[in-house]
Design a protein around this ligand. Structure first.
Ligand SMILES: CC(C)(COP(=O)(O)OP(=O)(O)OC[C@H]1O[C@@H](n2cnc3c(N)ncnc32)[C@H](O)[C@@H]1OP(=O)(O)O)[C@@H](O)C(=O)NCCC(=O)NCCS
Length: 174
């Protein structure tokens, strides 16, 4: 059993530790995660996300185990209120992968989003080479809409991305 909750200012040390152990396997897919990632970056980011959540400009969540271990993060960003649409993202620390955590956290986030925001459509965009992320998008019931050419930066190149959507009206959405 896992749970998700919004970030608190006290999460910076756990976030930093989880990111640091994941850099080798995460930096290709998430540009903010880089070799020199510092504690200060964790602090600044957590602070900005606590504020953004309050303002409703982004919704970032911590993923926690039953014993409150920091397992990773997920959230809604690139909010497009005019079209009731948001991007949904996720990551799991290297030592906790392959146990269904991203899938479960994403399901919880989808439920939260449709219960607490006006969004009608959530989008998941994964690079064609990111097999684990593509699989998570499929497992949560994402509808595979198509291949977007040169859509995602992966290290120093742009690559094709696969776009998935989950709608409020999808049978498995709530
Ligand atoms: C993508 C990520 C979040 C998955 O986290 P996770 O907790 O391990 O995910 P889950 O265990 O819920 O599911 C992973 C699925 O991908 C599969 N998988 C793992 N590596 C894979 C690969 N290289 N190719 C294809 N499938 C793969 C697993 O077998 C599993 O599917 P299954 O349940 O059918 O066996 C994690 O790998 C991660 O943090 N990656 C780096 C950040 C990232 O890429 N985020 C997404 C950006 S779009």
């Amino acid at each position: 059993m896992i749970r998700i909750r919004p970030y608190a200012l006290s999460d910076a040390p756990s976030l930093f530790e989880a990111v640091r152990e994941s850099i080798d396997t995460m930096s290709a897919w998430l540009p903010w995660c880089h070799e020199g990632y510092s504690f200060e970056e964790s602090e600044v980011w957590v602070k900005s996300q606590v504020q953004a959540f309050k303002e409703g400009s982004e919704y970032a969540f911590v993923i926690l185990s039953e014993s409150e271990r920091f397992l990773g993060g997920c959230g809604l960003n690139a909010l497009d209120l005019a079209n009731a649409r948001a991007n949904l993202g996720y990551w799991v620390r290297a030592s906790a992968r392959g146990q269904g955590i991203a899938t479960e956290a994403t399901r919880l986030l989808i439920q939260w989003a449709f219960q607490n925001t006006p969004f009608h459509r959530l989008e998941i965009l994964a690079a064609t080479g990111n097999g684990a992320s593509l699989r998570v998008a499929e497992k949560v019931g994402g509808h595979r809409e198509g291949l977007l050419r040169d859509r995602i930066r992966v290290r120093d190149q742009v690559q094709d991305g696969v776009l998935f959507s989950v709608l409020r009206t999808d049978p498995r959405a709530l």
